[in-house]
Write a protein that binds this ligand. Structure first.
Ligand code: HEM
Ligand SMILES: *[C@@H]1O[C@H](CO)[C@@H](O)[C@H](O)[C@H]1NC(C)=O
Length: 428
């Protein structure tokens, strides 16, 4: 278990997190214990055990986050809860992100893509991660607030950036620290959101998740108060954009490194463009359902990148599981990445091979969006966003990666320096 308290924390931070886990898994098997930041924890890398923790016995394992992060996002956000409040909120959020609910926003997402790509035409080098963050942030704002721009939106953008800088910094609440500035920005966000909520209560016809959370207030049953609404709006924007941006960055990297695949993806997208031009129309939801290769490339990107390498839970009681006892209060970490890189479930796991998804993966082995009670409600939106982007990117540009290979953690793994690229007009 390493040294008490410091335990293996130092090693986790100094070693590449992926080799940290895989080295230990090789030594100890699919379940082993260690110490991280003073907490004893159990690492799990078998689909069967992960399913018990996340799905079948999920009530015995509550989500757990550092208090500083909880304070920053807002304690009423969906991630931090279990039981009736969680499932009520989760249903509301999910219903805003079902295919039927997001179908109507394809053109608006397309507008965001086109506006972004236009700015690439005259850029010398492009920092992929930074651009993808802009894109995913705009899509998140669209899905949370709808398409009608309100005067508060600009302020929300700036405050949000400040919040994010503090989120990944040390939780040191002294004047001038990023953490302190972020907490101030968080308060500012609350005020702006309050004002928006008040305005919307007076005027009907608003859109997005905010409207879904508000209209629920009128229905009765479980009423959400203003902090519950605000924390979840902030939380969803948070969950939606850095994740999607990191995966999109990997998508460009993998396609660049696999020119034959890029060639075939481009062909698939050119065919869609041909149909579009023939009918003189823009991209539709149905087009995005006719992109089998691009869809598999995205599935493989989600596996290979495994940007959420693992998640945290805490045993709420002593739990016995497959002959092991997990004491109350211990952390449990299902290791998604280890499972995604197991040769048993994904042969030649280090090879980028979208064709592996021509057959469905075995149950509980593929969890880029988690599993069970807390699984990601935004998976369809994320995939839609990536397909619409891929369409316009491949028909408009080719790109060349500059700089070296490597991985950076911030906090998600992304290609080194955010993948700087140069773009050129696509050859037809
Ligand atoms: C490619 C992009 C994304 C990836 C890889 C991703 C991945 C995940 C994963 C693995 C979880 C489960 C975490 C856990 O079990 O502890 C999760 C939860 C969540 N995701 Fe995503 N996500 C993505 C995009 C989005 C988007 C676009 C939204 C916007 C709606 C979103 C909203 C959420 C929320 C609200 C939760 C918490 C659900 C709960 O606690 O019940 N995510 N995500
Ligand atoms: C909203 O409800 C939560 C949970 O009941 C409570 O902790 C919080 O103080 C309430 N906030 C407001 C502004 O009423």
């Amino acid at each position: 278990m390493g040294w008490p308290y410091i335990g293996e924390t130092l090693k986790l931070y100094t070693e590449n997190p992926n080799s940290f886990f895989s080295n230990r898994e090789k030594r100890y098997g699919e379940i082993f214990k260690t110490h991280i930041l003073g907490c004893p924890c159990v690492m799990i890398s078998s689909p069967k055990l992960a399913k018990i923790v996340l799905v079948s016995q999920s009530h015995m394992f509550k989500p757990t986050y550092p208090p500083s992060k909880e304070k920053m996002i807002g304690p009423e956000a969906v991630f931090f809860h279990q039981g009736p409040y969680h499932s009520h909120l989760k249903k509301l959020i999910q219903s805003s992100f079902l295919p039927s609910a997001i179908k109507g926003s394809v053109s608006q997402i397309e507008d965001i893509v086109l506006r972004l790509l236009l700015t690439w035409e005259h850029s010398n080098t492009i920092n992929t991660l930074r651009e993808m963050k802009k894109y995913a942030f705009e899509v998140a704002m669209l899905s949370v607030f709808g398409n009608k721009l309100e005067s508060e939106i600009e302020g929300i953008r700036d405050l949000y950036q400040c919040l994010e800088k503090g989120y990944n910094s040390m939780p040191l609440d002294l004047p001038g620290t990023p953490f302190n500035k972020a907490m101030k920005a968080r308060k500012g966000l609350n005020q702006k959101l309050r004002r928006m909520i008040e305005k919307r209560k007076e005027k009907s016809g608003g859109e997005g998740l905010l409207e879904a959370l508000l209209s629920n207030e009128e229905e009765g049953k479980i009423k959400l108060n203003e902090s519950q609404i605000a924390d979840n709006i902030i939380g969803v924007i948070f969950a939606a954009h850095d994740t999607t941006a990191s995966v999109l960055t990997w998508l460009l990297k993998y396609l660049h490194d696999n020119p034959h695949l890029l060639h075939d993806v481009k062909r698939e997208q050119e065919e869609i463009r041909r149909k579009r031009l023939e009918a003189n129309r823009r991209i539709t939801w149905d087009d995005t359902r006719q992109m089998p290769l691009s869809t598999r490339v995205i599935q493989e990107t989600l596996r290979a990148a495994s940007i959420l390498s693992f998640t945290y839970r805490e045993a709420v009681e002593d739990v016995e599981m497959e002959g092991y006892l997990i004491p109350k209060g211990w952390k449990v970490l299902p290791l998604f990445r280890s499972i995604h890189y197991s040769a048993e479930f994904f042969p030649h796991p280090h090879k980028f091979d979208p064709s592996r998804f021509e057959v469905a993966p075995r149950p509980n082995t593929y969890m880029p969006f988690g599993n069970g009670a807390h699984s990601c409600p935004g998976s369809e939106l994320a995939k839609l966003e990536m397909l619409v982007f891929l369409h316009h990117l491949t028909i408009t540009f080719q790109w060349e990666v500059i700089g070296e290979d490597g991985v950076q953690y911030g906090p998600f793994p992304v290609p080194r320096d955010g993948l700087p690229i140069k773009v050129y007009p696509a050859k037809c």
